[in-house]
Design a protein around this ligand. Structure first.
Ligand code: GRF
Length: 204
């Protein structure tokens, strides 16, 4: 991957798709080193599908229902390969991927999580951050490893936690940071400025 060509990226979503939107918006600039080649949702009425269609990007639904995890992942893998995808971004994708899929895309599979990993993996992050009395939180983009929300961090962005914050107000502040962070992290990967080596993020 070099900066001179645009890396075809696949984005997996399950819902709102605001992080997908931030990647689409970034990719509209000619100088951005990635273009979104395919969007896959496992949820039929995910709003992100409308965002993809509005942007003129191929998008489709692959349901996980009635399938083994392995069969579902194999179907996604086939669609991603057929579209020429080289890097996959998880953007609010609410399914756990099989080890086989994660291994097949190792170093090419990114996720965004609304905490300063390794702190606050999992769900219900903002309520837990507030309950713990944290003074700051943020977002992380990381290479995906088989363990949930684990994997070497590519980039992080920090936001303050305010005394009056509710989980909703904190989520909104973190989400704004996410929308700047994901395009930045994807750029680093596509420009070869960070890569996964022996389970570590190595920066050029
Ligand atoms: C984001 O907060 C992301 O960090 C988490 O799921 C949420 C997805 O939001 N993994 P959206 O669908 O991108 O708007």
């Amino acid at each position: 991957m070099t900066a001179s060509r645009r890396t075809p990226v696949g984005v997996l979503i399950s819902g709102r798709g605001s992080n997908l939107q931030s990647l689409l918006d970034a990719s509209f600039a000619d100088s951005y080193p990635a273009s979104v080649a395919l969007v896959i949702s496992n949820v039929v009425d995910a709003h992100g599908l409308i965002r993809a269609k509005t942007a003129g990007i191929p998008a489709g639904v692959i349901t996980h229902r009635g399938k083994t995890r392995e069969d579902f992942d194999a179907e996604m893998d086939d669609a991603l390969r057929a579209a020429g995808v080289e890097v996959v971004c998880l953007a609010g994708f609410m399914r756990i991927l099989s080890d086989g899929f994660v291994r097949a895309w190792e170093g090419k599979l990114l996720n965004i999580h609304p905490s300063l990993l390794p702190a606050y993996k999992g769900t219900n992050v903002h309520a837990r951050v507030i309950a713990a009395g944290e003074k700051q939180s943020g977002a992380s983009v990381h290479f995906v490893m088989p363990e949930l929300d684990a994997g070497p961090v590519i980039a992080q962005s920090t936001v303050p936690v305010l005394a009056k914050d509710t989980p909703e107000t904190l989520a909104a502040r973190v989400l704004e940071a996410e929308h700047r962070l994901y395009p930045t992290a994807l750029r680093l990967v596509c420009e070869g400025k960070v890569r996964l080596e022996k389970g570590q993020a190595v920066f050029a």
